[in-house]
Design a protein around this ligand. Structure first.
Ligand code: PMP
Length: 425
């Protein structure tokens, strides 16, 4: 791999030895300066999508202003420069997740797209009637529905690892559910609704010992931690750039070469072919085999800038900062609101705080918070089976990024006090 790219340790520690000035860094995110309903914006909806620093937009602007052309096709200078930048992004992603080869990094539209790619290739080609796909009870719909569609067409069966009251997985059940019938373990690494960090260090080796391939949904892990696909020994991993301070409509599927070489293509079209004849078509080498059509060029360029930004800070510092904010938020909520009930209290967790305020409906709470400039998520968070499990219609979810502040937590508490006054007896 390119010697200039950070290695896994540098990703953790960051390239800048200077302590991070978290307040100053907020200036890189112009949107954080705006007012909402007459209040400073407190953006606490980062698990849905993160804000972007100007460096990401500047990188995309430079592409369009200076070297925009289609990639992988032209011999002319602009196309060459565009292709180089596009492939540089792939090398940066490979470095970010410690993939052994950059060809194992497939660019997608996002997490959903990556899982569907696998459901339509691995799913349709490798699943037979009675085979089992093992999911968990805290999956996002994006990691349920594609497998249901594949199961419907192949006769495979979906099994689900239950969730305990504290928002962790029932590992005893996991041990029992994992069997020689299991043909795939596809699971969320970090829950978007609960904040739980699932024990992949326990679960992945268990699956691998039975020869079961593993797909990790890292949509909520990638924004918060350095990822090492080699140490985890997983077969597939997916995430979305927009949650990692990068552009929308862009994402990553990592797959082990042995799998990606074996799987059939997903979409057909330009770029993914070797030779096309009406009688027969042969396919391009990795990663192009899975990247039909003109890709999201600006997405790759913008995401590369996002990764360079994070590499300076270091993911350990990102994680520590967010951890501090998340735990402070939980403590202050607990102190201020005796009627507040957390949904998800795993000890291993990221700064995603899901709760209900007495009997108040989450939407009503969210509406009042918005009037106070506080942006939180309300609803089922695309995890309806999990909401059913907790017998709630949804939750209020405050989710933090490294650019959030302690005063935003105070703003949340003050706004919630108003909501409580208006909504609870
Ligand atoms: N999985 C998880 C855990 C998520 O949080 C999300 C986004 N909320 C997704 C999958 C889907 O991501 P996207 O909409 O970017 O494809």
């Amino acid at each position: 791999m390119n010697a200039e790219l950070p290695d896994i340790l540098s990703w953790r520690k960051g390239s800048s030895a200077q302590p991070v000035d978290w307040e100053k860094l907020r200036n890189d995110f112009p949107i954080l300066q705006r007012q909402v309903n007459g209040h400073p914006l407190a953006y606490l909806d980062n698990a849905a999508s993160a804000q972007k620093p100007w460096q990401v937009k500047e990188a995309e602007q430079a592409l369009y202003d200076q070297y925009y052309a289609n990639v992988h096709r032209g011999v002319h200078t602009l196309s060459q420069e565009g292709t180089n930048a596009f492939e540089e992004a792939r090398a940066w992603v490979a470095s970010f997740i410690n993939a052994p080869e950059k060809e194992e990094v497939i660019f997608t539209k996002g997490t959903t797209d990556g899982i569907n790619l696998l459901a339509y290739t691995f799913g349709l080609d490798y699943l037979k009637p009675g085979d089992e796909i093992l999911l968990t009870g805290m999956e996002h719909h994006a990691n349920i529905v594609p497998w249901q569609l594949a199961a419907r067409r192949t006769g495979a069966v979906i099994k689900v690892v239950p969730v305990l009251d504290n928002g962790t997985l029932d590992l005893e059940s996991f041990d029992k559910l994992l069997s020689e019938k299991t043909k795939l373990l596809s699971m969320v690494w970090v829950s978007n609704s609960l904040g739980t960090i699932n024990p992949v260090d326990y679960m992945v080796p268990k699956a691998k010992s039975l020869g079961v391939p593993v797909l990790l949904d890292a949509a909520q892990a990638a924004p918060h931690m350095a990822i090492d696909v080699q140490a985890l020994d997983i077969d597939f991993l997916v995430f979305s750039a927009h949650k990692v301070i990068g552009p929308t409509g862009f994402g990553v599927l990592y797959g082990k070469r042995s799998w990606l070489d074996m799987l059939p293509p997903f979409m057909g079209g330009g770029d993914m072919i070797d030779q096309v004849r009406f009688e027969e078509t042969t396919f391009n080498a990795l990663p192009h085999k899975f990247e039909a059509g003109t890709p999201h060029i600006s997405g790759a360029i913008g995401f590369c800038a996002a990764l360079k930004y994070l590499a300076q800070i270091g993911m350990d510092r990102v994680a520590a900062r967010e951890q501090e904010l998340g735990e402070l938020c939980r403590t202050k909520l607990r102190e201020a609101f005796p009627k507040l009930r957390f949904i998800g209290e795993a000890t291993e967790r990221v700064a995603v705080v899901s709760f209900l305020l007495g009997e108040a409906h989450p939407y009503d709470v969210g509406f009042i918070l918005d009037k106070e400039g506080v942006a939180v998520r309300t609803g089922h968070h695309c995890c309806q089976p999990l909401m059913d499990r907790f017998r709630v219609p949804g939750t209020v979810r405050a989710s933090f990024a490294f650019y959030n502040t302690k005063s935003e937590i105070d703003q949340l508490i003050a706004a919630l006090a108003k909501a409580q006054k208006m909504l609870l007896p």
